[in-house]
Design a protein around this ligand. Sequence first.
Ligand code: AMP
Ligand code: MG
Length: 425
Amino acid sequence: MTQTLQFNLVACGDDHDPTALPVDQARQRILDTITPLGANATERLDLLNCLDRVLAEDIVATSNVPPHMNSAMDGYALTATDIPINTTRELRVVGSSFAGHPFQEVCGSGECVRIMTGGLVPNGLDTVIPQESVQLLPENYIRIDGRTRSGDNVRLAGEDLQIGQTVLSRGRRITAADLGLIASLGIGEVAVKRYLKVAFFSTGDELCSIDTPLMPGQIYDSNRYTLFGMLSHQHCQIKDFGVVRDDPAQLRSTLLAAADGYDVVIATGGVSVGEADYVRDVLAELGSIAFWKVAMKPGRPLTFGYLRQALFFGLPGNPVAVMVNFSQFVQPALKRLAGEISHPPLMLNAVTTSTLKKRAGRTEYQRGILSQAEDGSLIVTKTGNQGSGILLSMSRANCFIVLNAQQTHIDVGEVVMVQPFVDCL
Ligand code: AMP
Ligand code: MG
């Protein structure tokens, strides 16, 4: 499938380029090109294999949960008309209803049934008196008073789920609670979207794999490890294509291999200004790709488009930029492609305990530690050096401090917006 993309090609330039795309616009352009996996991309799985998968069908209740009225307490089931007003009354205990062992006979007026939590409330009865509220008498009698109200301590049929109710909608990522909910309906198999297949690789002549000693001028490749972690959190099937040298032929063959059979291809490095032009040439030759300058820091240069049917992201090589761009662009794109109904990320207000500075004209994703002050209010502290190569600033952080384009200087005590790391980081 070849996609025709309406890209606005923006040349990379200096920091103050007014043509740089705002983050929201860049994200929206990406999302607008994505068609979610279709009905042919689903599989029916045993419920126990469905955790964290995207639901491909609505789950509709085919029965009430609970199926029958049952007791919420250990006590005695009776009809509310037997509850005395301003006096006491004696009732005969005619049988018992334990969880899984219902009382099968008839219980009339002046009678009651010993009942345990989860035990069926026998036909005709509607109220349970807790055992703490009754006085035991000889010969299977109890004495009750008027403190219990009609309908107390029973769980009604269908009070959790009602027949015909849409319990979970397609597009939902299945949680532990959802597994229980589906099981409570007696459903053992569910249609879910197949895993997304994601290929990734790093580019750069300086990169060395962690099992090899470093030669002068080399650094270890960390991006494939952060990508591995972030993609694993997205529940994708991942394939690591390793390190690709700054060599057009190798780049071309890796891109072709990665585009074959994968839904998404992610490359890091080689997209900044001054990088050899063949990267662009190779990408342009193989697919429909746009190079954007996004008004953000870190992560300004971004390459996005399609290599054949595969979504392609060329992320900047700097380790923090990779993680920022992944969280702002790749993750929402993966969710959309997977057919997941997603919501905008949680943004919170917090008081900064650090002075923050930035240039106007771009959104900055500084790294912070969000915590609670003694009075319960949220505070955030910057994690030291904010260079886009300082991965420690990400490792120490639990949130981004998101500073908008207009902000330039924020004093200690001012309120800033933070985006907690959830879901992918
Ligand atoms: P590039 O985008 O290729 O110009 O790279 C920008 C910076 O990120 C350079 O300092 C690279 O050495 C560094 N870098 C690129 N790829 C990686 C990687 N896979 N792991 C760690 N650092 C990287
Ligand atoms: Mg490079």
